[in-house]
Design a binder for this molecule. Structure first.
Ligand code: FES
Length: 141
């Protein structure tokens, strides 16, 4: 079973979904994994209702796990509202990733989700879960 998940991860890593930049994005943030220095930026465009994610993209560099999990995240959040994403439990993304992760790898897998929540927090004032609160400190810009 692990093999299948590994294949999916590799596919997302090699062909990341939603890779790129949205110019004039409605919401954006950049975050760094302090353990390795890898960075992810996320850009969000809302639908006309101003709440539903219409388009989301990411750029940056990182290991296979961080890039693949962020790519998976891009697919998960289109059509969701900022509030729904703010409430999205990290377990849901980890389930998508599907393989057991060491605590260090866990930070890789959750980098994109943290950055997205920070972007929405800034743009829409959605709450940041306690565990992400520190991410505000990680913002470079
Ligand atoms: Fe840097 Fe995974 S090693 S994000």
């Amino acid at each position: 079973m692990d093999d299948l998940y590994r294949e999916v991860i590799l596919d997302h890593y090699k062909n990341p979904r939603g890779h790129g930049v949205i110019e004039d994005a409605d919401a954006s943030a950049e975050g760094v994994n302090p353990l390795c220095g890898d960075e992810v930026s996320i850009y969000v465009q809302f639908a006309p209702d101003g709440e539903t994610v219409d388009e989301v993209k990411f750029s940056g560099r990182g290991c296979a796990i961080s890039q693949a999990s962020t790519s998976m995240l891009m697919e998960m959040v289109v059509g969701k509202t900022a509030q729904e994403i703010a409430e999205l439990p990290k377990e849901e993304l980890l389930e998508e990733v599907g393989i057991p992760l060491t605590p260090i790898r866990l930070k890789c897998a959750l980098l994109g989700l943290g950055v997205l929540k920070v972007a929405l927090h800034r743009a829409k004032g959605t709450p940041l879960p306690q565990e992400w609160a520190g991410l505000d400190e990680l913002e470079l810009k």
